[in-house]
Design a protein. Structure first.
Length: 95
């Protein structure tokens, strides 16, 4: 059994809580972790956009109140679990 890190808790909220677990784009499965850089700062807003890119391939339709609420909630999860609205990319890794 592994210890649940802040990142694990964040990913649980994103995937299990909201169903954003990634998606197929052509013949490749994409996950939010595929967009996270090796180093540097990552903002909550960047992370949320990468969640949607992984899920929808950047093909979200016109603005939607439901998607806006999801974005706000995912951003809040990021801040709550990671303890800040900006973290180093190294904190966004599976252990």
């Amino acid at each position: 059994m592994y210890a649940k890190t802040r990142f694990h808790l964040l990913m649980h909220a994103v995937c299990v809580g909201h169903g954003y677990c990634g998606g197929m784009h052509g013949d490749k499965f994409m996950h939010v972790t595929d967009y996270i850089p090796q180093s540097g700062d990552v903002t909550a807003d960047q992370f949320v956009e990468w969640v949607f890119l992984a899920e929808h391939g950047g093909q979200t339709s016109e603005p939607s109140p439901t998607l806006d609420r999801h974005r706000e909630r995912l951003r809040a999860f990021f801040v709550e679990q990671m303890g800040s609205d900006v973290v180093d990319a190294s904190q966004l890794r599976w252990e």
